[in-house]
Design a protein around this ligand. Structure first.
Ligand SMILES: [Zn+2]
Length: 268
């Protein structure tokens, strides 16, 4: 049984996700961190309970959303309508049992950005787990060697963190690593150039918005999912690609939509 959401949101979610990325909207890239055990939402806003995560996956699946990995953004084919990208930052150990295992059980995919220097630490994914996740169709991306605040480092150190993490993970998995996420969402032009020079093809930020609203693949926007998000809030985040999904803000969206419909520039 798909989880219940109110009829308005139900309709909204069924009508969302149909605009291709090239028209400036496109898929939503969701950002998770830890998935905590049980039903209770953790006090840390960056964690999501296993129960809520399951409901969110179940909702996406029941509404016909496709999940892709970040690397799939590079494919020449247009992305399917109703696409969502599920990403996890930091490589927490719980991402194996309660992220990967759940996604796999639902036939869904995700990208896990790991901190290469922390692989195998007590609360982090091990090399063997990352390998199993990669061979099951998940993507392992890089999130630097030490979870550094990149803009605060000199050019040599930025290179070490960025290129080093790519090399570490490629050596560990024996696979190319083409996706990166900036720790704390912090980046500037120097960091972006270091990421490009290292050979990454896509890099995720924490700036909010549609994937298609940003033309540079090294500055991809994401929408954070928080511990306290209700299923309705989650549905609105997917439909609007924003973290500010209060009804008042969304009223503005509908006004814009009606205006563009009257002006005849697209109806979605
Ligand atoms: Zn991080």
């Amino acid at each position: 049984m798909p989880p219940w959401i109110d009829p308005f949101l139900n309709r909204l979610l069924s009508g969302a996700g149909l605009v291709p990325a090239c028209e400036g909207r496109g898929p939503v890239v969701l950002m998770y961190h830890s998935i905590t055990r049980g039903r209770k939402s953790p006090p840390d806003r960056w964690g999501v309970s296993e129960e809520n995560f399951k409901k969110q996956l179940c909702l996406l699946r029941s509404k016909g959303w496709t999940t892709l990995c970040v690397r799939d953004l590079l494919k020449a084919d247009p992305l399917p309508p109703r696409t969502v990208l599920i990403t996890f930052d930091d490589g927490f150990a719980d991402n194996y049992e309660r992220g990967f295992k759940l996604l796999d059980a639902y036939g869904m995919r995700g990208t896990f950005f790991i901190v290469s220097g922390k692989t195998g630490a007590p609360d982090r994914l091990s090399a063997a787990q990352a390998g199993e996740m990669a061979s099951s169709g998940m993507e392992i991306g890089a999130h630097t060697r030490t979870h550094a605040r990149l803009p605060e480092l000199d050019a040599a150190r930025i290179g070490e963190e960025v290129t080093g993490s790519k090399k570490d993970i490629e050596d560990m998995l024996g696979l190319p690593v083409t996706s990166f996420a900036y720790p704390y969402g912090l980046f500037n032009d120097t960091c972006v150039e270091a990421v490009r020079k290292a050979g990454f093809k896509v890099a995720c930020t924490t700036r909010t918005g549609w994937f298609g609203s940003e033309s540079d693949l090294l500055r991809v926007r994401r929408v954070a999912v928080f511990s306290f998000d209700s299923l309705s809030t989650f549905a609105r985040k997917v439909a609007f690609a924003g973290t500010d999904v209060r009804w008042r803000s969304m009223a503005g969206y509908f006004v814009d939509r009606i205006r563009s419909r009257i002006a005849g520039n697209g109806t979605r």
